[in-house]
Design a binder for this molecule. Structure first.
Ligand code: F1P
Length: 346
């Protein structure tokens, strides 16, 4: 993926219009603003992208639902970079939003999975995720691949811009190489997660909480549960809970919390306390060896330690597995959920 971003791609990729971002790196380095557009899971990946570009490259980012953006009268500047994210590359709302961006003269980049699809053909540059075909309708590995590409892009731009220190950049690259084995370790917990999921098959609601980089992961966890198990779920920034959703918490409410060790750890611990004080049922994704949250939560899923900015790539996996097992145990068709289409082309 690193090579793909830098434009060292195979010739057949060039033929279908996404040849990496090497040529546009100077534009990205000098960007006044990045507009990220997408729908569903791709929008959630874009949210992670916002945090990453702000953190590493200090570029202001706005993340827009393409389905909303296309119908209003958005202000798009000629020097904006518009980054469209789509697994299928065929989403009609995202294509319509790209059309607006092009009319305004902005530079349009794409992150897509399906080689040769429509969105790559409309972009000036971009990256294929090469995550392989998504068999089910609900995006899962596409999310991981999109976030991986966004992380690499933000790192590269930050490094070139000088806002990301060389040492930090190399630490991130090094940690990336350990992620596959760390994800494999999480997947080994598969049967434990299946056992845990049995408790929630009768639930009618669920809340997902996270802070910082893990807030979009909470959104994605909730979306996966909605899409494939038909249980109503809400994702929220944990700090926002006290401004409304806390009213929903009682002993019937499962609260899934992405609570790995990072700079907001103390805060997430107190959010968990707030939920427990209202008899909420807490299932927390924690860093290996965490005893503090283990003592408070009803159930913890330990995941290997990683760098804060890379944590979405690991924490999303248990959430995906939980949704998968709850859906399977409820007898839902996880590959073809009702009312959903793989490519939303209308
Ligand atoms: C966007 C999306 C998916 C979702 C479902 C419907 O698709 O909302 O995130 O899982 O398949 O479409 P895409 O633009 O990423 O292909």
């Amino acid at each position: 993926i690193h090579d793909t971003i830098r434009g060292r791609v195979s010739p057949q990729n060039k033929e279908v219009f996404l040849g990496g971002i090497n040529d546009v790196i100077p534009k990205l380095v000098n960007a006044r603003r990045i507009l990220i557009i997408g729908c569903g899971t791709s929008w959630h990946a874009g949210m992670v992208g916002e945090y990453l570009f702000e953190e590493f490259a200090r570029i202001p980012v706005e993340v827009e639902y393409a389905s909303e953006f296309r119908y209003r009268n958005p202000v798009i500047f000629e020097d904006d970079i518009v980054l469209a994210i789509s697994q299928s590359g065929e989403t009609a709302d995202t294509l319509a939003a790209i059309k607006l961006a092009k009319e305004a003269g902005a530079t349009v980049l794409g992150i897509c999975n399906v080689v040769g699809s429509s969105i790559p053909r409309e972009t000036d540059a971009g990256v294929y995720t090469h995550a392989g075909p998504e068999i089910g309708v609900a995006s899962t590995k596409a999310f991981t691949a999109q976030v991986t590409v966004l992380t690499m892009m933000a790192m590269l731009v930050g490094y070139r811009k000088g806002t990301l220190e060389k040492e930090e950049y190399h630490k991130l690259i090094e940690e990336f190489s350990h992620l596959p084995e760390k994800i494999a370790k999480i997947l080994e917990k598969d049967q434990d997660i299946k056992e845990l999921s049995k408790r929630y098959i009768e639930s009618t609601n669920a809340l997902y909480l996270g802070r910082g980089f893990l807030f979009p992961v909470a959104l994605e966890g909730a979306l996966k549960l909605k899409e494939i198990s038909y249980i109503h779920a809400e994702g929220y920034p944990a700090a926002e809970m006290k401004h409304g959703p806390i009213a929903l918490i009682d002993e019937h409410m499962p609260v899934f919390v992405a609570a790995t060790k990072d700079k907001s750890y103390e805060k997430i611990v107190s959010n968990i306390q707030e939920v427990k004080a209202r008899k909420g049922h807490v299932i927390a994704i924690v860093t290996e060896g965490d005893t503090v949250i283990a003592d408070m939560a009803d159930y913890v899923i330990e995941i290997p330690e990683t760098l804060e900015a890379l944590a979405p790539l690991l924490t999303v996996v248990p959430f995906q597995l939980i949704s998968y097992y709850i859906a399977v145990l409820r007898g839902c068709n996880v590959d073809q959920p009702r009312n959903l289409a793989k490519s939303v082309t209308v």
